[in-house]
Design a protein around this ligand. Structure first.
Ligand code: SF4
Ligand code: SF4
Length: 256
């Protein structure tokens, strides 16, 4: 039988006769391709449960490998190595080593949900891609993504002080993602951001006075002071600690 996705099979496991006639029917070439059986011992039979424990991965076991998700996938259309059906197959077989071979591609999912809309088994492949990305991060197979670093900083401040300071979140996020704040200011990034926040068209029309009148002074000043004094929500100490313990407990329960 013809085999799709031949690239996923090791070449020496494929068997094809160039000339073959069976019961008078010419099945030469790829029409008679067979795959040699292989025996796998290094699999983790419970791996699918690990992926199920992440948000989005709960239905991974339902997949019946129809391939509709991959056919519909936005990323597959531009990169044939991006194959949600295959990764879901590897999860259900517990083939972590093979999955790690694609660790640098899985994050490319653009969350368009085409796969989830078309899946006949409600596997929600987009959620499985997210679950896989989080598992790869948690296990240290890939560096933490920018969104994870942002979430962590956001949560850290909430738990510590019961509130967040936008400037501190952004400055720490830029630092953690290795961005040079001074260089961003020097290249005009900050200027463009302020201009866009304050009616960029006024500047383009040459109405400098109106533009400057809209430049916020008090807001940034207040944010700067907050960065220095780091105020807390009143009586937050014990509440924050209870909340932190609750978050830790939920993490443990989720990944047990
Ligand atoms: S569309 Fe759904 S059932 Fe079909 S291969 Fe993808 S995840 Fe599996
Ligand atoms: S959500 Fe991700 S996996 Fe699903 S179709 Fe879009 S790019 Fe592909």
């Amino acid at each position: 039988m013809p085999i799709h996705e031949k690239s996923l099979i090791e070449p020496d496991h494929l068997m094809t006769s160039d000339k073959l006639v069976v019961d008078g029917i010419d099945v030469s070439g790829h029409w008679n391709t067979m795959i040699k059986p292989r025996y796998i011992s290094d699999y983790d039979a419970d791996f699918y449960k690990t992926i199920q424990s992440y948000p989005g991965g709960g239905n991974v076991h339902r997949c019946w490998q129809c391939g509709s998700c991959t056919n519909a996938c936005t990323m597959y259309a531009v990169n044939a190595d991006f194959n949600p059906r295959y990764w879901i197959y590897l999860v259900n077989l517990g083939l972590k080593v093979e999955l790690l071979g694609d660790k640098d591609i899985i994050w490319q999912c653009v969350s368009c949900h085409k796969c989830t809309n078309i899946c006949p088994k409600d596997v929600r492949p987009e959620g499985v891609m997210k679950a896989l990305q989080h598992w790869l991060e948690d296990e240290g197979h890939v560096p933490k993504s920018s969104s994870t670093l942002f979430d962590e900083e956001f949560t850290r401040q909430c738990l510590k002080r019961g509130r967040i300071e936008d400037t501190e979140v952004i400055s720490r996020f830029l630092k953690q993602t290795g961005q040079d704040i001074v260089a961003l200011i020097r290249t005009g990034w900050l200027g463009v951001m302020v201009a866009r926040m304050n009616k960029w068209p006024l500047l383009k029309e040459g109405r400098l006075g109106r533009f400057l009148a809209r430049v916020p002074i008090l807001g940034p000043l207040k944010m700067g002071l907050m960065m220095i004094f780091k105020p807390r929500t009143r009586s937050w100490g014990r509440t924050g600690e209870v909340l932190r313990q609750y978050v830790e407990e939920q993490k443990r329960l989720t990944h047990r």
